[in-house]
Design a binder for this molecule. Structure first.
Ligand code: URA
Length: 234
């Protein structure tokens, strides 16, 4: 990989900065000053020091974001601010994208990564990765409607929704876990029983729980254990 690309991917600086700092003699590779930022390095073996700081190599980045209302879960900001805009500038250069989507008005846990293979796996319908949401709905949910939602309802797809877990915390609120990820799935499920979702927050995804210390719009890196637990689902 080119040295300037490596530094940019690690979020250290732009490629133009890398070129400038290399010319100024502020970058070393394996202890030797490198003045040409287009030089090829082996990121996993070479020791790169930028302006006196060792640059550690991480192949992939994994982030947990507490998505606020009104922000799009996409990388393209054509229709307004995206979750990527909530990250600091150095991270926006790493090719990150949200692993799955939440609606603009859905809150809570979003995993953001640049590990395409892992994201593909977690989103694959065959993996049945669980997603848990706290919800509020417009009308009281009867026992029979709750049971229908658990067993599966017709949301206009080829087959009804798969079995879900649902528990009520009030007549109009509760927690639901689904093992598939159809477009607007929870809203369409509630619509199928003549109700309407008025609040939706994802609190868990693939066994990773939303960190309660993160305010809306805040993010943190996933821990090693969290990354391992996602990878071990493969
Ligand atoms: N189901 C929905 O209806 N919306 C979301 O954002 C996520 C799940």
């Amino acid at each position: 990989m080119r040295l300037d690309r490596f530094l940019s991917n690690m979020g250290v600086c732009t490629r133009a900065d890398a070129k400038r700092q290399a010319r100024a003699g502020n970058i070393t590779v394996g202890g030797a000053v490198v003045r040409d930022a287009s030089m090829h390095i082996d990121p996993s073996a070479d020791v790169v020091v930028y302006c006196g700081e060792r640059v550690a190599y991480e192949e992939y980045t994994y982030i947990m974001l507490n998505k606020p209302d009104g922000v799009l879960s996409s990388t393209d900001d054509g229709d307004g601010p995206t979750v990527i805009d909530l990250l600091p500038e150095n991270l926006r250069r790493r090719g990150l994208f949200p692993c799955g989507r939440l609606d603009k008005n859905t809150l809570g846990l979003l995993i953001i990564t640049n590990n395409g293979a892992l994201a593909h796996d977690l989103l694959s319908p065959s993996k049945h990765v669980e997603k848990t949401y706290r919800f509020e709905c417009a009308s009281p949910l009867s026992d029979s409607d709750a049971e229908l939602l658990r067993r599966g309802v017709d949301i206009g797809e080829k087959s009804p929704t798969k079995e879900a877990l649902l528990s009520l915390t009030s007549s109009t609120g509760g927690v639901i876990t689904v093992y598939e990820g159809k477009f607007h799935q929870i809203k369409r499920m509630f619509a199928a029983v003549g109700n309407k979702i008025t609040y939706l927050e994802r609190i868990s995804f693939g066994g990773i729980k939303l960190d309660a210390s993160l305010c809306r719009g805040e993010w943190r890196y996933l821990t090693k254990d969290e990354i391992a637990s996602l990878e071990n689902r493969k």
